[in-house]
Ligand binder design. Structure first.
Ligand SMILES: Nc1ncnc2c1ncn2[C@@H]1O[C@H](COP(=O)(O)OP(=O)(O)O)[C@@H](O)[C@H]1O
Ligand SMILES: [Mg+2]
Length: 250
């Protein structure tokens, strides 16, 4: 029950964003993908769930070759893959409860009672108990992120993809979200990919960290491997000193 990304290339016009991106995500692990803004991290996540089609290469999720699936198979697979969008992406015209229920309404055989139970359970997990009737616009940034997480886990996915789950949050809220990501892994056994440029979070939540640099994975290893690496590109990013990598010949 792994995710395997094999030699993905993706260009937008002249912009060759992914240039041979490969990564194997093991069942049950939480892996962070780090890299500067514009490196292609969000493109990678969207490619994994089939929102973006690569120019070449393959993505295998749950034993299925994502970009060869027919629509119904793709929708079925997406139910296994929760996606926490960068800006929560809640629908402001709906209540929090309706946002969380969205994916559940597509599952045949779930009664209204089942749905409401599941919604309140998911809100409980993210510490938003009783927030069903609230409007997304009334929530703080951290609460919106948590509501987005509740929606992502509603269909009991085996995989969770998080796009910058802590960007723009204060340190206390960041710690809460990091704790939730760890719980998803420890208690629910979810396989997770977290896109972030927050190194404090990456160290905290990751089994492994992968660095995206110039379209491919430059480095992958445990947090200790990252701390110990001599790679100037990785160190430059991690220490917030991009000048370290400027002397590198590529
Ligand atoms: N749908 C799209 N159409 C055209 N260009 C895109 C599209 N999505 C992303 N890009 C470009 O791909 C590059 C990588 O974007 P993105 O994956 O969002 O970066 P980040 O690592 O910050 O998440 C950027 O230059 C962005 O402008
Ligand atoms: Mg992004």
């Amino acid at each position: 029950m792994s995710i395997e990304i094999k030699d993905i290339h993706k260009s937008f016009g002249e912009d060759h964003v992914l240039q041979g991106f490969s990564l194997y995500v093991r069942e049950g692990e939480t892996i962070s993908i780090i890299g500067p803004s514009g490196a292609g991290k969000s493109v990678t996540l969207k490619t994994i769930i089939g929102l973006i089609t690569p120019d070449s290469g393959e993505v295998w999720v749950d034993g299925k070759n994502v970009h060869t699936l027919l629509r119904p198979e793709l929708y079925e697979l997406r139910r296994q893959v929760g996606y926490v969008f960068q800006f929560a992406a809640l629908f402001d015209s709906m209540s929090v409860g309706e946002n969380v229920a969205m994916g559940l309404r597509r599952i045949k055989g779930m009664t209204e009672g089942d749905i409401q139970k599941r919604v309140s359970y998911c809100l409980h997990i993210v510490d938003l108990e009783g927030a069903e009737e609230r409007r997304p616009a009334e929530l703080s940034g951290g609460m919106r992120k948590r509501a987005g997480l509740a929606r992502a886990i509603a269909t009991q996915p085996k995989y969770l993809l998080y796009d910058e789950p802590t960007t723009g949050l204060d340190p206390v809220t960041t710690t809460t979200i990091d704790g939730l990501i760890s719980r998803m892994s420890d208690e629910l056994g979810v396989t997770g990919i977290v896109v972030t440029h927050d190194m404090v979070s990456a160290y905290e939540i990751s089994d492994r960290i992968a660095m995206l640099h110039e379209g491919s994975i430059r480095f992958v290893g445990t947090p200790d491997d990252v701390r110990g690496t001599d790679d100037p590109v990785v160190r430059g990013f991690v220490e917030g000193r991009p000048e370290l990598s400027r002397s590198v010949q590529v």
